[in-house]
Design a protein around this ligand. Structure first.
Ligand SMILES: CC(C)(COP(=O)(O)OP(=O)(O)OC[C@H]1O[C@@H](n2cnc3c(N)ncnc32)[C@H](O)[C@@H]1OP(=O)(O)O)[C@@H](O)C(=O)NCCC(=O)NCCS
Length: 140
């Protein structure tokens, strides 16, 4: 799922960008190239629709293969992250080369991603109970 969001540029401009996620491949089919194929196809579609850049939280080991790099290399900062904090989870890819040239600023996660824990718990009741694990690379 892609969603429109913004970078609040330090010079006062508001820059339209996209964010994306989540993406998931069922465990039996992981590491067969499906995740990358799905990602590359959807990025191509977003590019054809005229969007300039995509930013999100993710693991560089996977997303780096599709041209993402650390957003800090574009001088785009993650909201609510203190200076000096690890921002290696925050990735960026320009769909239009040079789209972020001359822009520094703060990326905002769209409001639609903020959900109440109690609403999530309620929704989860529709599924068989699973143990909550914390795996490497998992942010939440
Ligand atoms: C992340 C995910 C979508 C990747 O899908 P996938 O189909 O397994 O990935 P691909 O086979 O297309 O991988 C392409 C390349 O990315 C890299 N890569 C993929 N998964 C990786 C991992 N777990 N660790 C390190 N590198 C990885 C590899 O270089 C891989 O190429 P290779 O297999 O030839 O080495 C899948 O592992 C998944 O569904 N994970 C759980 C949900 C999740 O964490 N989603 C991402 C955050 S929203």
């Amino acid at each position: 799922m892609f969603m429109k969001t913004i970078i609040e540029a330090d010079d006062g401009r508001v820059i339209d960008v996209l964010t994306m996620g989540p993406i998931g491949i069922i465990p039996e089919l992981k590491r067969k190239g499906y995740g990358k194929a799905l990602l590359d196809y959807s990025l191509e579609k977003a590019s054809e629709m005229g969007f300039g850049a995509v930013l999100f939280e993710g693991n560089i080991e996977f997303y780096g293969k599709s041209g993402f790099t650390y957003a800090r290399e574009f001088e785009i900062r993650y909201h609510d992250l203190a200076e000096g904090d690890d921002s290696s989870f925050f990735l960026c890819k320009e769909l239009k080369p040079g789209y972020l040239d001359g822009i520094t600023g703060v990326y905002r996660t769209p409001q639609a991603y903020y959900v109440k824990d109690e609403d999530v718990d309620e929704f989860d009741k529709d599924f068989p109970v699973k143990e909550k694990l914390k795996l490497p690379g998992q942010i939440f």
